[in-house]
Write a protein that binds this ligand. Sequence first.
Ligand code: CA
Length: 404
Amino acid sequence: MDALQIMDQFDRVRPALQPIVSAITHKVAGYEVLGRFQEGEEWKSLGTFFLDPDIPTEFKNELDEHLLDQAVDYLLETNQPGFLSVNRSARQLIYGDDEALLTFLLKQQQKGFTLDRFVLEVTEHDIEEEFESLNHLLRYYKTYGVQLAIDHIGGASSNIDRIRALRPDILKIDASLTRSSNLENFQDILHTLSVLARRIGAVLAYENIEDANQLYFAWKNNGHYYQGFYLGKPSCLLGEAVQLDVMLPTQIQTFVEREKELIAKRIRFTESCHNQLKKLSKWQDESHADELLDEARQLFDDRTFRLYICDESGRQVSGNLRKNQHLWRFEQHVRGSNWAFRPYFLENMMRMQRTHHGRLSDLYADIETREFVRTFSYPLTSQYFLFIDFSYDFITENDFLFMN
Ligand code: CA
């Protein structure tokens, strides 16, 4: 594709709009604006044009304005609500007059398209490379109501400070990373981003969703917006109403049902553990703690690898009863350890004091084995609590325990 040929034939250039769907309304909330160039019968992507470092930035900005101008006119003419999400490289933003883009957007506002309907997408990579130049500029745009999205996020988690400083409205995550070989790593980065998003009031958007599994992942992992071929391809046939390729409400309903079923299984499992433990002998005193532990071990032998008892201050009053190579042994050196500093320990214990009912923990990595475990905790009295750690093997055999 020849750059000059494209610049000479703007009548063969069109925006292609890809729907971005809201998790809340299940409807199109806006569109990402992409570019297409007509060659013969075909409309070809202008992606390579914008990524080519040899094409002058001036050309890119001119073409971008042309695309956006048409996209705005299209939404105004068809009376469609929603936002337009536009990609700009750091180079494009910094090029020439700082306010060139703002001037252009203000012109769109005069046509009746308010500034808060624009989302500016800047890549995490550009934020990293050009933070000093972009920081003020982007924050300046934001004062006009333009929304900011950080695109291609999730590859690295080292830009938390920069992202926090920019206070973007949207963090765009590539859903294809769910297929990466290191899914656990991706999930940890996602967790960090979710916490960050909550703290700065941003939402997560998943893009490149290509199948139902990726949509489920996005739904389960706090996705506020969804985008990708599975939902709707970019369309440059402006004038036709956008049809989503999936029946989203039906699809989401299957996710809801699947989730409810997992939760119901966890609730039933929790109740059965509780009922089994009701058969334990009565708590006597700390000197009999190990005996009681061995009794509980017999009830859960094939499911647990470690049991212990703590008091209401988090102090361990028994040894650890631990399975090693199929043999159960007491580890006495941990008696007297204090676990009150561990996340949720005190809250969990105080809830048991109120409800007199056992509780199942979230999935977490054990600090000793580094493997995923879940813990069942049970109130022996209102001062003493039994903890049963379920083995990795047991929880992986049961999907309702292995998924959070
Ligand atoms: Ca983008």
